[in-house]
Design a protein around this ligand. Structure first.
Ligand code: AHR
Length: 503
């Protein structure tokens, strides 16, 4: 017998508006994301600048709004000056983070040219690992100052007459991680972040700044890192960055399927930490979260050991996602949306080839991985505001999280639009769930469209289960009642048409 999940929505109960920057992604100089991904001169798909047109087309189709660049661990040893000016004069450098050779064919000007091509906002990260305040200010001057200073005039000589006008800046990457070049204590980093932020705002006071919070919930230093950094930098930054990846081989399948619960707990704990510091500092402004690296990880045993040092563009993280991984990916998106009032920026990581929704090989048309579909559907249909979405369902047992609900969901509605979208995952591996959703305060429901991915073996990496399907669903049997059947292990979008055009 199918299990039942009950969902209740009410037009008057809203979490907050959705910042479009929640649908961001990440381009790092890593694996085949830049070279062999978005940039492949000589490829039949490449334009005159070497940017692949098919990749750019898929980036637009994915609905990505913002891209974080250039790293990641890479940025903590990066010298941005190496990547500007005449290409033939750019140095080949050892990239110590990933132990490859960086040719610097792509730098900040090319990235901005590509960002305009695919219509995304940049989130530029500065190197606070091996470099510091002066270098961050110099990069900002180069990018944003209109003209009349040494570095703005240099940019103009490099062919970028107009300032790039980059508004969001990251203050280093994962500085809490011992793996990071220039790893720091929370106190060292908090002071540096605050001083860098103040200096950067003196260069351009329109920018928003992101401080590096914890690089995963399991860090021993979480949440003390975040508390100390914010104690020192709260007044100078706009966002705290969080990162989290969920490897599918870390525990049992059940624990992996509960990753959305873990992400939700991590966000709540980080927000509690932010609010604690806010109270201590008597600061009326709420800190926002930039969840600027998140994803599931498909295992690639022995990959790190197989990497040849200093060899360029070696494939990393290019395996196909399984159904279980794809459903968890959708579940993570739901968790971020449920916190949309405080999580204002999100970057699924990465965008191309490395654990990415978009895949590209030389000489072959770029293609979509299964995670492309939950992301593109959420970016397209999660509009306006998130409604408080109360869900109750049966549970399954996990060792890390105890009993976990079979179903998680979130609903969105845009004022004035005659539509509600409900995003739901069924985490059960074998059980179908009948969803009954009471939609209150919107008037009659007219019709329903069901977009679905799933209903197969957790380990499958192809076949029908990983192809998105859409079908019209049955008309409501009772006014305001939305019903749908969620197959085992599935990602679902229910698009509900309202008969009142004012929604
Ligand atoms: O995304 C790959 C790496 O994962 C990033 O460089 C780093 O920030 C994170 O640990």
């Amino acid at each position: 017998m199918a299990s039942t999940a009950r969902v209740v929505l009410d037009r008057d109960f809203v979490v907050g508006d959705i910042d479009r920057r929640l649908f961001g992604s990440f381009v790092e100089h890593l694996g085949r994301t830049v070279y062999g991904g978005l940039y492949e001169p000589g490829d039949p798909q490449a334009d005159e600048h070497g940017f692949r047109g098919d990749v750019a087309q898929l980036v637009r189709e994915l609905g990505v709004t913002l891209v974080r660049y250039p790293g990641g661990n890479f940025v903590s040893g990066y010298r941005w000056e190496d990547g500007v000016g005449p290409r033939e004069q750019r140095p080949h450098r050892l990239d110590l983070a990933w132990r490859t050779t960086e040719t610097n064919e792509i730098g900040v000007n090319e990235f901005m040219q590509w960002a305009r091509l695919v219509d995304v906002e940049p989130l530029m990260v500065v190197n606070l690992g091996t470099r510091g305040i002066e270098d961050a200010c110099r990069l900002l001057e180069y990018c944003n100052h209109p003209a009349g200073s040494q570095l703005s005039d240099l940019r103009r000589r490099h062919g970028a007459a107009d300032p790039h006008d980059i508004r969001i800046w990251g203050l280093g990457n994962e500085m809490d991680g011992p793996w990071q070049l220039g790893h720091k204590t929370a106190h060292e980093y908090g002071r540096l972040a605050a001083e860098t932020a103040r200096a950067m705002r003196q260069v351009d006071d329109r920018i928003q700044l992101v401080a590096a919070g914890s690089s995963k919930r399991e860090m021993e230093t979480f949440p003390d890192w975040d508390r100390t950094v914010l104690d020192l930098a709260y007044d100078d930054v706009d966002f705290l960055a969080l990162h989290q990846y969920y490897p599918s081989d870390r525990g049992s399948l059940e624990d992996f399927l509960a990753s959305g619960v873990d992400l939700d707990a991590y966000i709540r704990e980080a927000l509690a930490t932010c609010d604690y510091v806010r109270a201590r500092r008597r600061n009326p402004r709420q800190m926002q979260i930039s969840f600027d690296e998140w994803n599931v990880i498909h295992p690639h045993p022995g990959e790190e050991e197989r990497m040849e040092p200093w060899v360029r563009n070696q494939p990393r993280g290019e395996g196909a996602y399984t159904l279980a991984e794809t459903v968890v990916y959708g579940d993570l998106l739901i968790a971020l949306l449920r916190h949309c009032d405080r999580v204002r920026i999100g970057c699924e990581a990465l965008l191309i080839n490395v654990g990415a929704p978009i895949r590209a090989d030389a000489g072959r048309a770029a293609w979509r991985q299964s995670t492309f579909y939950p992301f593109s559907q959420a970016a397209r249909w999660a509009r306006g505001s998130v409604l408080i979405t109360e869900v109750s369902s049966d549970t399954f047992e996990t060792s890390e999280h105890g009993p976990v609900p079979l179903v998680e969901a979130v609903a969105t509605h845009e004022d004035g639009a005659p539509e509600i979208a409900l995003f739901a995952v069924n985490r059960a591996t074998t059980q179908e769930v009948s969803l009954r959703c009471e939609v209150r305060g919107f008037g009659p429901i007219e019709s329903l469209e069901h977009h679905l991915l799933g209903g197969g073996e957790p380990e499958s990496t192809g076949g029908d289960a990983l192809q998105p399907r859409s079908f019209p669903a049955a008309a409501p049997r009772e006014p305001g009642l939305l019903e749908a059947s969620l197959p085992p292990l599935s990602w679902n979008v229910l698009r509900v048409r309202l008969s009142r055009a004012d929604g």
